[in-house]
Ligand binder design. Structure first.
Ligand SMILES: C[S@@+](CC[C@H](N)C(=O)[O-])C[C@H]1O[C@@H](n2cnc3c(N)ncnc32)[C@H](O)[C@@H]1O
Length: 222
């Protein structure tokens, strides 16, 4: 199946979804997404003093966690959805959140020690352009911490069935979550995604599975 991921359409969808986004995430993951994000951040190798860009920052979960765990990091969030950004700014007034398409970041080259991108790359129309852009803005030895749905295994299919049930019964955003399930099944499995990053010059440092492989994290280095 080919999904329409034209940037205008994705931006519109996330603007529409924004005010229910956190609530829906808690419903479909039974709150576990917070724990997984926390674990991913702790495994990331990010340290005090680092300059970190959180791409596709959405409502700011990862940026918020980073600023809570590390007292002295310079973190900026980037996303193209105004509505998601507004929620992020209200939740974390001390963090800089900026409107930007992550395939064209409004920053110079070789500036970041680390990039985090969680449940974002799956929605980007031109994935290789986004990965090249990450490479451009990272310092040498800089890291990308990527988190998203992982293997297309039996547990992942069971997850889809549960999400379909929960969204039908507890959410108003049925079509957006149809999109989520379709984009999840179309998104490359970790092994293929690793090849895509390697093609752009990255090296894999570590990978980790959560929830029996339904969610997966990779850490790459420039
Ligand atoms: C599923 S949300 C993830 C939010 C957050 N990172 C999290 O883990 O909860 C995906 C976000 O990616 C953003 N996004 C998708 N494509 C983008 C692009 N090309 N440039 C900037 N933001 C994009 C959407 O606006 C949305 O806020």
């Amino acid at each position: 199946m080919t999904i329409d991921k034209s940037p205008d359409k994705i931006e519109y969808m996330f603007n529409e979804l924004a005010k229910d986004y956190d609530r829906n995430n808690n419903i479909i993951s039974f709150g576990l997404h917070n724990l997984i994000k926390c674990f991913a951040v702790k495994e990331s190798g990010i340290k005090n003093g680092d300059v970190v860009f959180d791409l596709c920052c959405g409502t700011g979960d990862i940026a918020g966690l980073l600023s809570k765990i590390y007292s002295d990091i310079d973190i900026s969030g980037y996303d193209f959805s105004d509505e998601m950004l507004e929620i992020a700014r209200n939740k974390y007034p001390d963090i800089k959140f900026q409107k930007a398409d992550i395939t064209r970041l409004p920053v110079g080259s070789c500036l970041a020690d680390a990039i985090t991108i969680s449940f974002g790359l799956r929605n980007v129309f031109d994935r290789s352009c986004a990965i090249n852009e990450m490479y451009r803005v990272l310092k040498s030895q800089g890291r990308v911490i990527h988190l998203d749905f992982g293997k297309h295994n039996i547990f992942s299919h069971i997850f889809d069935v549960i999400v379909r049930f929960l969204i039908k019964n507890f959410s108003k955003s049925v079509s957006a979550y149809e999109y989520l399930l379709n984009s999840k099944s179309e998104f490359p499995e970790p092994t293929q995604l690793i090849e895509e990053f390697e093609k752009c010059g990255f090296k894999l440092l570590k990978r980790k599975n959560f929830l029996l492989g339904i969610i997966s994290m990779q850490v790459f280095v420039k």
